[in-house]
Design a protein around this ligand. Structure first.
Ligand SMILES: [Zn+2]
Ligand SMILES: [Zn+2]
Length: 643
């Protein structure tokens, strides 16, 4: 018999070899129908795979994140089966679950996959799903696995096999399809009730542009039609709100081949938003006791050897420039520079906590295939800061950082968010994680306590911490329910030692400070990309590049328009006049296209009465106002950063 511990702490005995599905059935048939995978001792596991030792068990349904990703990854196998029947001879690379669905990379030889083909594929997948084929797991020797894929002529799977060892290799089969995969999968294809293949694109093998271009088919699937319909509606809306489309239409940013891929050129309208965000961050940080610093964009190799970025992070850095026999690198992170500022003067406990903030510019060499609008770029401006503190100060500092996140969420109307607390794994100490078992347990407990006390919703994930300490990843949802990873909040007990950072304690001994890395607003690139979608380009007044557009009905009213313009300008309002000789209807439509919050139509009556007719959100306000009244209204709305 084995002992199974449930999430609520209850314990029960089962026969050795019991499956999660058996256990679900022993509770109720209704429950069993919903179970698609399980968490067994912290690992996601097939619901039909025997459990052979004492275990903690969490049954996973579609409503769990791991359940969803298992569901989607299993659909990728189903798609591969359908592709194989429609495109015989196809070879497969990898087919993971992603944020919203799954993809599979494949080599179709000289054939092409069109949008039309996707329809046929969907149809085939639905047919196969209805067969209720089981996903069958089989352990296989490396020799047999190599033979299988050699016979099939699939060099991609053979490449994957190179890095796998005997005893660790499994095949999964469903219907007529067998794949090399470590799993897990859902019990059978019958769970997949609604499928949409969303996109077909090119993707370099292993993300390297020197390699062959493979075909990547994206899709998403659901356990019922209703959820698919809702998803499709959300996608339609997301298309209208695509940050690349809006960014172009609203003159926010551009890119240029001569400048280089992934290097964003911020246009005047985008720069207004950047400066408003920085103003907000600076005010907030000033209030929270941060000090600002400025550091160079490059540094000598030695700095990154000390920090450990070299050689571990080298692939993500631009290659070095060599000058007088010394190598210089573009910085991929601001931390090492800030550590040097900490070290520049002797520190005592009275100097702590020290909070150093900088909107730092970093450069990361993302693979070309990974670059995507503002979301994945090679030059980024980070809302960065490092807090150096004692262990006693840690809880307050960490809480302060969390409060700052929440304050920002309120300002930007972000109602849905989750914080993921990423923990270390004992087995990987000294390999993936700094070998400091006690410090890990201590700092993880500190973080957990702060989060619990502050009543902040969070989930814990094993084995995803940073090298040097536990971290919190913040996920937020846009107004249309799309998920974004915003930023991380990390605890670091290792970098301080690497850089020999010290402070004198009250007892005149030396100690290394703890370091918190934090960036609540993430990077300008990713955050403005998010905001474009979140607001559908219709920024609140305080962020709007143009806040007021003056629309004189004809040239006759230009003098009064000019007077209004000057008054607004003097009050620090971002105002423009549309003095083209167009009809006022056209002027209104254009201002509306540019999503300008306030329009002032100036005609005979306004000029005579020296008043303003105000259009807000494309509706005329019933009452006209004097210039002073209008300015006061704007100032209040801006000062409060109303959403
Ligand atoms: Zn698989
Ligand atoms: Zn940092």
């Amino acid at each position: 018999m084995i002992n199974i511990i449930f999430p609520d702490g209850a314990e029960r005995q089962y026969e050795n070899g019991v499956t999660a599905l058996d256990i679900a059935k022993s509770i109720s048939e209704g429950l069993a129908r919903k179970i698609i995978a399980a968490d067994v001792n912290g690992k996601t596991w097939d619901a039909t795979r025997p459990i052979n030792e004492d275990a903690t068990l969490k049954l996973l349904s579609w409503n769990d994140a791991e359940g969803k990703s298992t569901f989607w990854h299993s659909t990728a196998h189903l798609m591969a089966e359908a592709v194989e029947s429609l495109f015989p001879g196809v070879k497969f690379w990898v087919g993971p679950a992603v944020e919203n669905g799954f993809y599979y990379d494949m080599d179709l030889g000289d054939k092409k996959m069109s949008e039309e083909d996707l329809k046929a594929l969907e149809k085939k997948m639905n047919e196969l799903a209805k067969q209720n084929n089981q996903y069958i797991r089989k352990e296989i020797s490396k020799a047999d696995a190599v033979k299988y894929f050699s016979d099939k002529g699939d060099e991609y799977k053979l490449d994957l096999l190179q890095n796998l060892d005997d005893g660790n290799i499994t095949f999964y089969s469903q219907g007529n399809f067998t794949d090399l995969c470590r799993g897990p999968h859902i019990p059978n294809t019958g769970f997949i009730k609604a499928i949409k293949l969303t996109n077909v694109a090119g993707a370099y093998w292993k993300g390297d542009e020197k390699n062959k271009m493979l075909t990547r088919v994206y899709g998403v699937s659901f356990p019922n039609q209703k959820e698919l319909d809702e998803y499709v509606a959300m996608l339609e809306e997301a298309k209208k709100r695509d940050h690349r489309k809006l960014g172009k239409e609203l003159g926010i940013f551009t890119m240029d081949d001569d400048v280089g891929p992934g290097l964003i050129l911020w246009m005047p309208n985008g720069t207004v938003i950047i400066e408003e965000l920085e103003k907000l961050a600076k005010e907030t940080e000033e209030y929270a006791g941060y000090k600002r610093v400025v550091t160079p964009h490059i540094a000598k190799e030695n700095l990154y050897l000390t920090s450990g970025h070299l050689p571990y992070y080298q692939d993500s850095m631009y290659p070095p420039m060599e000058l007088e026999g010394v190598k210089y690198y573009l910085k991929a992170m601001n931390c090492p520079h800030h550590h040097k500022i900490f070290a520049a003067e002797p520190k005592s406990y009275k100097d702590l906590p020290l909070r150093l903030a900088e909107y730092g510019t970093c450069y990361r060499y993302e693979q070309s295939g990974e670059l995507y609008g503002l979301m994945r770029v090679r030059c980024l401006h980070m809302n960065d800061a490092h807090i150096y503190c004692t262990k006693e100060q840690f809880a307050d500092e960490f809480r302060g950082v969390n409060d700052m996140y929440l304050k920002y969420f309120k300002i930007f109307g972000i109602d849905k968010y989750v914080m993921r607390l990423s923990l270390h794994s004992k087995e990987k100490l000294g390999i993936k994680y700094v070998d400091e078992p006690e410090l890990w347990i201590e700092t993880e407990a500190m973080v957990r306590r702060v989060m619990t006390e502050a009543n902040i919703p969070f989930v814990e994930v094993q084995d995803e911490a940073a090298f040097y300490g536990p971290k919190i990843d913040v996920q937020i949802w846009s107004a249309i329910g799309r998920e974004f990873t915003l930023a991380t909040n990390q605890v670091d007990f290792a970098q301080g030692r690497r850089f020999k950072l010290e402070f004198t304690t009250q007892d005149n001994t030396s100690e290394t400070p703890l370091i918190i890395h934090r960036a609540p607003l993430g990077t300008h690139e990713r955050f403005i990309g998010f905001l474009l979608e979140h607001y559908a380009g219709r920024f609140p007044l305080w962020l709007s590049p143009v806040q007021v557009k003056i629309l004189p009905i004809s040239d006759k009213f230009l003098p009064y328009a000019k007077e209004v313009f000057t008054q607004l300008k003097k009050s620090g309002i971002r105002v423009e006049t549309d003095d083209r000789s167009e009809k006022v209807g056209k002027k209104i439509r254009d201002a509306e296209m540019n999503k300008v919050p306030y329009m002032l139509v100036i005609g005979e009556r306004e000029t005579m009465e020296r008043k303003l007719a105000i259009r807000r959100n494309n509706k005329t306000e019933p009452e006209s106002q004097t210039i002073e009244e209008f300015i006061n209204l704007l100032k209040e709305e801006i000062a409060e950063r109303k959403g």
